[in-house]
Write a protein that binds this ligand. Structure first.
Ligand SMILES: *Cc1c(COP(=O)(O)O)cnc(C)c1O
Length: 445
């Protein structure tokens, strides 16, 4: 699709052209891909809209198949902390691709990225690269079970750890409960080994440990939850988890697939000064290419094959292109002023959205950590999954569609965080805030 370069494109209101190319492409896609997509949220079902087929991204902007451009707050769901088609990433990838895209053999690049990760997150003494966050969480659970000789795991309602069977379980209530599969195809016996606790509810974790003594291998948690919308850990929650896990002989696994290198260079574990036994990473460490990693205590990681007996492998694991994009991204992020810039942009957006909501007399609860932000359509602060689910998703849908028409590509679900990148300018943010004011007013009228 030819067109003007996106960068520096002036952003104007109400110039949306049609969506007819996206509609046509979606119709065709549905013939060959279930629901027309490769990941459900992309279908825009929750917000009753037509998914926009993206043809190009540059900096903070994306353009669709009809030539509409948008300020992007999805940023590939987190990996693109530098924005789209960042020059240094593209150059590094061109160079790497010219030397071969995959060998299925060891490269020095993997050790370099692993060393950078271990330095940034000192709880990670060793790392294994995989190709997705799902694989990272799945493999960390297998390893925890092998290390402890136990079967059960504790997860939290509203936390997402990818789509591996034993983690596709959520009690759906703040009450501790036996796992019920969230998806057909997850067997009851798999779900039975997954115990579900309430986020920010240490008592529910205590009850599970008491009810299932000596059988819990690990507690897995998003240290800052970002898959039910953004929810902060309450004061003492993470340290309490660590104490409870230790007292009961279970491992503590931080799933930092979103938060790693996002909320701080050293992730949420740096902010909260907690040293989990194992950590899962993904998203940013692949710089926009498919990647995941798990790592942690040396005595545990040495159980992974071939140094130990826990089998885990991957044809494209440690892929040279993904690792190159990861190294280049982390080299850029290593400058501490980056996180200050992201914090300032996040603060500007949060303040602006709060003022817009106030102008429109719309009670909203805005949660933010650095460059991660969720606008909850609820007057109450959101502290767990039960509260998140009480939000008005129909009004969120109207907000989403209104913003899209104004050229703002907000995450297409109430239960996701918006992602800012370094490429988002003050101008982008002020355009976004103005659009939000207009959309929220329309909703109120
Ligand atoms: C995105 C995500 C995953 C899954 O990663 P994929 O690469 O999509 O498989 C796991 N955990 C968390 C916290 C995530 O946000």
């Amino acid at each position: 699709m030819p067109g003007k370069p996106l960068h520096g494109l002036p952003h104007r209101y109400n110039e949306m052209r049609t969506t007819k190319n996206s509609e046509r492409l979606f119709k065709l896609a549905r013939r060959y891909l279930p629901g027309g997509v490769d990941s459900p949220v992309r279908a825009f079902g929750a917000v009753e809209s037509i998914p926009r087929f993206i043809v190009e991204g540059n900096g903070s902007k994306i353009r669709d198949a009809d030539g509409n451009s948008y300020i992007d707050y999805v940023c590939s769901w987190g990996p693109l902390i530098l924005g789209h088609a960042e020059r240094r990433i593209v150059e590094a990838l061109r160079h790497a691709a010219g030397k071969g895209t995959s060998f299925g053999a060891v490269t020095e690049l993997e050790t370099r990225l692993a060393a950078m990760i271990c330095k940034a997150l000192p709880s990670m003494e060793m790392v294994r690269f995989v190709s997705s966050g799902t694989e990272a969480a799945m493999s960390a659970i297998r390893l925890a079970r092998a290390f402890t000789g136990r079967d059960r795991i504790i997860k939290f309602a509203g936390c997402y750890h990818g789509h591996c069977d034993s983690l596709l379980v959520s009690g759906g209530s703040g009450m501790a409960t036996l796992g019920i599969p969230d998806s057909p195809g997850v067997t009851a016996s798999t779900a039975r080994d997954t115990l579900v606790a309430g986020y920010n509810d240490l008592d529910s974790v205590r009850r599970l440990f008491a009810g299932y003594p000596d059988s819990v291998a690990a507690v897995i948690v998003e240290p800052i939850a970002a898959n039910m919308g953004l929810v902060h850990p309450a004061s003492g929650f993470l340290s309490g988890l660590q104490r409870l896990a230790r007292a009961n002989g279970a491992l503590l696994i931080f799933d930092e697939v979103i938060t790693g290198f996002r909320v701080a260079y050293g992730g949420a574990q740096q902010l909260y000064k907690i040293r989990p036994d194992l950590t899962c990473l993904g998203k940013i460490i692949g710089g926009g290419l498919p990647v995941g990693a798990y790592g942690g205590r040396r005595d545990i990681m040495q159980m992974v094959a071939p140094s130990g007996k826990v089998y885990q492998a991957g044809t494209l694991s440690g892929n040279p292109l993904a690792v190159t994009a990861g190294i280049t991204t982390l080299e850029i992020l290593r400058d501490p002023s980056i996180y200050k810039q992201l914090e300032d942009k996040g603060d500007l957006l949060q303040e602006g959205l709060a003022a817009s909501a106030c102008d429109a007399c719309m009670p909203l609860s805005i949660a933010r950590q650095g460059s991660l932000l969720t606008v909850f359509f609820s007057a109450q602060a959101i502290t767990d999954y039960t509260a998140a689910r009480s939000c008005d998703t129909a009004v969120f849908g109207r907000f989403f569609r209104g913003m899209l028409e104004q050229g703002i590509y907000w995450p297409p679900s109430q239960f996701e965080a918006a992602f800012l990148s370094l490429a988002h300018s003050r101008q982008d943010i002020s355009v976004t805030v103005k659009a939000a004011r207009q959309v929220l007013k329309q909703i109120q009228d």
